[in-house]
Design a protein around this ligand. Sequence first.
Ligand code: FAD
Length: 531
Amino acid sequence: MAARLKFWGWGREDEVLTREEVMRLEAAYAKRFGVSSFEAASTPKAEEIGLRAPRATVPGALSDICSTDHYERLLHTYGKSFFDSARVFARDFSNPPDVIAFPRAESDLVSVIDWSGAIDAVVIPWGGGSSVVGGVEPPRTERPVVTIDLKHMGKVLEIDTISQCARIQGGTYGPALESQLKPSGLTLRHFPQSFEYSTLGGWIATRGGGHYATLYTHIDEFVESLRVVTPAGALESFRLPGSGAGPSPDRLFIGSEGILGIITEAWMRLRPRPKYRAATSARFADFYRAADCVRAISQAHLYPANCRLLDAGEALVNGAGDGTHAVLVLNFESADRPMDSMMARTLEIVRAHGGDYDEAALGKEGAQREGAAGQWRDAFLRMPYAREVLTPRGIITETFETAITWDRFRDFHEQVKRATEQAIQEVTGRPGIVTCRFTHVYPDGPAPYFSLHALGRKDSLVEQAWAIKIAASEVLNRLGGTITHHHAVGRDHRRWYDRQRPDLFAEALRAAKQRLDPKGMLNPGVLVDPL
Ligand SMILES: Cc1cc2nc3c(=O)[nH]c(=O)nc-3n(C[C@H](O)[C@H](O)[C@H](O)COP(=O)(O)OP(=O)(O)OC[C@H]3O[C@@H](n4cnc5c(N)ncnc54)[C@H](O)[C@@H]3O)c2cc1C
């Protein structure tokens, strides 16, 4: 049997960084912050944490699929942001959900929603719980909170190999989704960093961003049709390759973050697994020159699958560089044809912008797993496990991602970075590290992703991290960047989202919510307040 999921970190209880990895991390951070060593708080144990008594009693008819189990309530209290991690290590479980429901079929789901309505409960849809924006945590309310975990609705129900699509349940985790598709030779190829512990329904509900750095950047592009259960009933859209029939019903629910209904199934567009690849990485002395290069690649409509630009600091932190140059990780892939000519043209653009690249990697099988590209990939996969080592040592590790048009990029990047660095200095009393990479790029602009590392005080990590986040988000919002490119709005980004989206649009969304969820049960506080 698989080990339990950690309520205090990423993945399962038997998946932790090795002793050597921990020592390496400690040494690297000690050097960065100029300290000799760290004292680590202990990992919380389920039995040492007291929870308030559940505020609802599960009726007999639902007892098979609803639980008030202590561990389940701990596990479903938080998502996976730094703020969540800091509260976990502070043993702050003051606002847990009351009941966790595990429907096995749509009929179970309807019964849970009906019961929740009858007891005036708040309902929180839960996929993998990997939200980093407070999307799955209970709001502070007198109402009981029922979290609906869709993990038992995790099947690929049907594969249409002619149209290359599949009907997939909302609670399907990434690995289960790909392994069920594998015999067909088709793949969704949506690989967020959280792939292992997040679900299709969560990806759609948050407009997640995945594998493709260009063209198919968000899950949106792969959704062919949706089935959604709302408190007002179920609805399903036509399966269509495209349609001009009015506003898209799918687009109302894609990105709805669980406030309008629960996505139980989706027909998803698939593709054959790639057979041809061309991969390398390029180095640039200057980050902005490298950004110009990425713009030129993007505006030449070359569409590399991977086009991730790491600034020198980001490359250093992830072992893909020595901190003196920016690194551009490039990868083309296709199931149909060799990608060499696309890569050759891309490298002409790289050279024209003063970049030099790894000639030896070109044409080599598995090049995307070697050299700087491979280092980056390995670090990317281990990164989620680092937080549970760093938080107990008082190290704040946060990320925020945005998008901005190219004409404003340089000034935007300079100001956001400076504001974040200043905030770290003011809040923690010492310099921190702020790095940037592009996760996705478009002909009209990049999606910069900032990571910050700061040494905080263990007794006020949440407050300090919030002060830094507010300072960064204020500047980002004032300069016209989006408050999120793919992590979603949740509860954490509400104040900036409210300024970003037009007021009349918010009223229209609220009216749609009123129609679908008249009692305001679903995820209150996320995206809009009820009417
Ligand atoms: C280490 C790490 C790496 C990450 N990397 C990425 C990345 O590369 N790209 C990216 O886009 N995001 C990333 N994220 C953020 C997160 O994984 C995504 O937001 C993901 O899409 C959430 O999926 P989930 O199944 O875990 O949803 P949850 O966290 O359970 O839920 C997210 C939101 O969707 C709602 N929801 C969940 N399931 C449903 C459903 N079936 N119907 C309706 N509403 C639902 C919830 O109520 C909540 O508001 C990362 C997070 C972590 C911790």
